[in-house]
Write a protein that binds this ligand. Structure first.
Ligand code: MV4
Length: 449
């Protein structure tokens, strides 16, 4: 079993991992940038090492500093959390060379799923439904036009090294193709240092539903049902829930089964997520696989009464999967509380939290690293808390969320609390009538009151 774990991350996820380690009897090492000296993860860990200046590139993304911190503290494992180094295959190889356990999947699984075209081919071969499109990367404009006219417009050009919505371009008809191809490929070169594109049919009016899987080092892979993540803004999720309000048990079983096959195809170890587009007729299509623990993992935990981080650490240590597949027990909803002003285009609002009160009572969970007097730094992600509710039914989980948002006080900076409070009274949200373009079609400021 891992004895001492270094957490190569910050904020709420660093704290979440430290809490799991304390319950498992594992010693913890926090790393922090100069901007995070007073962050809670540095106080709650057994040891804390400063790894550089505020800039992520020189701290949380700087591999030599993190490996050095692990060596001087004798940590035998590193947990990357989400973001930062969590999906960098090179980092996994470097950990291995230093005989440090990387808490996550193999470098091979990460790099195969990081190339979106290879990921799609791998999933297709494993029996996962994919959107009709090009067979791998496009050879050029003429090749692209041929594929597009065969599958029919509108199509979507996607960067092979993209993901999370970056480097995509809709093409409505053949006359737009050449320009769209050139712009998309140029953007992909600049952003990902890789001009390669692939193409698929544009799926419209769809939901984003993802399946949580979990694997161990003995080849066992299970699924832990779905999360509905359709409430997004510019590819940033705002609200997630489990189970989805629209999935039948039959479809859940089917999506779970194929996702397990997908995981097995890459010998997947630890928690991973397979993202799907689900259209109006409930056809589902593979989008991409995230080879890390995700922000929204608590809704799966509270829906099933399990601990994904503890299980992740157990399987990384070489223990067999203990979790079992099961049906949802509760309905759980997560609202991301960001240091952003929802009344002014969700612009970031760093600064000091002058007054703070978190809600409590049955069925409420708050994962957060902030406290009264904490200064939200301007350098990192704006998420400052995750407010999670869980109850036997969706209606009760929504009622709890309304009550929890009303109790929650964060003063000194603007937050997304008013947006969430409005959403919890929104008829479309309440009836589950949502898709990924909901917030683009509806301006919440105009719909208010
Ligand atoms: C799509 C799509 C429609 N058709 N692919 C966005 C992020 C990346 N994971 C893939 N994405 C999409 N791929 C086809 N063939 C629409 C999206 C998409 C989207 C997906 C999930 C959640 C929000 C979204 C917002 C815009 C576009």
């Amino acid at each position: 079993m891992i004895k001492k774990l270094l957490i190569a991350n910050r904020g709420e996820i660093a704290l979440r991992i430290i809490r799991a380690c304390k319950e498992l009897g594992i010693k913890t090492v926090a790393v922090y940038s100069e901007a995070d000296r007073y962050s809670l993860h540095t106080k709650f860990a057994d040891e804390a090492v400063c790894i550089g200046p505020a800039s992520s590139k020189e701290s949380y993304l700087h591999i030599p500093s993190i490996i050095s911190a692990a060596e001087v503290t004798n940590a035998d494992a590193i947990h990357p959390g989400y973001g930062f180094l969590s999906e960098k295959a090179d980092f996994v190889n470097i950990c291995n060379e230093h005989e440090i356990t990387f808490v996550g999947p193999s470098a091979d699984a990460i790099s195969r799923m990081g190339n979106k075209s290879v990921a799609k081919d791998t999933m297709k071969a494993a029996g996962v439904p994919v959107v009709p499109g090009s067979d791998g990367i496009l050879k050029g404009i003429e090749d692209g036009k041929k594929v597009a006219s065969k599958i029919g417009y509108p199509v979507l050009l996607k960067a092979v090294s993209g993901g999370g919505g970056k480097g995509m371009r809709i093409v409505e008809n053949e006359s737009e193709f050449e320009n769209a191809y050139k712009t998309a490929s140029n953007e992909a070169s600049v952003s990902f240092n890789d001009p390669d594109l692939y193409l698929e049919k544009l799926v419209i009016g769809s939901r984003h539903i993802e399946i949580q899987i979990m694997g161990d080092k003995f080849g066992n892979v299970i699924h832990l049902n779905e999360r509905e993540c359709s409430i997004q803004r510019r590819h940033q999720k705002l609200i997630e829930e489990a189970p989805s309000p629209v999935l039948s048990q039959k479809l859940r079983d089917e999506m779970g089964k194929v996702s397990v096959e997908g995981g097995k195809a890459v010998n997947y170890v630890g928690p991973g997520t397979i993202e799907y587009l689900v259209d109006k007729d409930m056809n589902f299509y593979f989008m991409e696989m995230n080879t890390r623990i995700q922000v929204e993992h608590p809704v799966t935990e509270e829906s099933l009464a399990i601990d994904l981080i503890k299980e992740q650490i157990r399987v990384a240590s070489g223990l067999k999967l203990e979790l079992k597949e099961k049906k949802p027990i509760y309905h759980s909803i997560e609202c991301r509380i960001n240091a952003e002003d929802p009344e002014h285009g969700f612009r970031p609002t760093p600064g000091e939290i002058t007054s703070l009160h978190f809600p409590g009572g049955r069925g409420i969970r708050v994962d957060s690293h902030v406290y009264q007097g904490y200064k939200v730094p301007p350098f990192y992600d704006s998420m400052i808390a995750k407010l999670i509710t869980f109850a036997p039914t969706r209606e009760e989980a929504i009622a709890k969320m309304r009550r929890a948002l009303d109790e929650m006080v964060i003063e000194g900076i603007k937050t997304t609390i008013p947006f969430h409070r409005w959403m919890m009274d929104n008829e479309d949200f309440i009836s589950g009538n949502i898709d990924t373009k909901y917030l683009e079609r509806h301006n919440w400021m105009e719909l208010r009151d």
